[in-house]
Design a protein around this ligand. Structure first.
Ligand SMILES: [Zn+2]
Length: 156
């Protein structure tokens, strides 16, 4: 796995400038630096291999401080999904809800990442549906999203 230094040359100042609405700190800055390079990085314990998310500097399993931003495969399944009704999403049809899911990543049971589900009608999102990472642009920044990685059940 690549370490974060190889991901992008964005400086901390560039990360802050690109994401002014995000609360960025020393524990998550590499995650957001990765997003700028369209790479989903999650801290992983170098001592025991446990994925540490939400971002923390300490492994909750073995208490090691040696956690390293590491790229995940982007494969997972829908663990939980909700429909968000709002009018700000440029990809959503007027009045249509946006699916937002907690996606359990294949790297580790319980490792869940919250992101929208795209390229799938909201009423077709199912629990345990296999999904794959993709990216959506918002105000010039790429954000993680997930899309079905197989046939959509009950698809049109
Ligand atoms: Zn550990």
């Amino acid at each position: 796995m690549a370490d974060a230094a190889e991901v992008t040359h964005a400086t901390d100042a560039e990360v802050f400038a690109a994401l002014p609405a995000v609360l960025i700190d020393r524990d998550n800055v590499e995650h957001y630096r990765g997003l700028l390079a369209r790479r989903l990085l999650i801290n992983r314990c170098a001592a025991c291999g446990y994925w540490v998310y939400p971002h923390r500097p300490l492994c909750p399993k073995c208490w090691s401080w040696d956690v390293v931003p590491t790229q995940v495969s982007g494969d997972g399944f829908v663990f939980l999904c909700t429909l968000v009704h709002q009018e700000r999403d440029p990809d959503a049809a007027p009045g249509e809800p946006v699916s937002t899911a907690a996606v359990e990543l294949v790297e580790q049971p319980g490792l869940r990442y919250l992101a929208p589900v795209v390229n799938c009608p909201p009423d077709r999102v199912r629990l345990d549906m296999p999904v794959r990472l993709t990216w959506v642009d918002r105000d010039g920044v790429a954000w993680p999203a997930f899309q079905p990685s197989g046939p959509i059940e009950g698809g049109r």
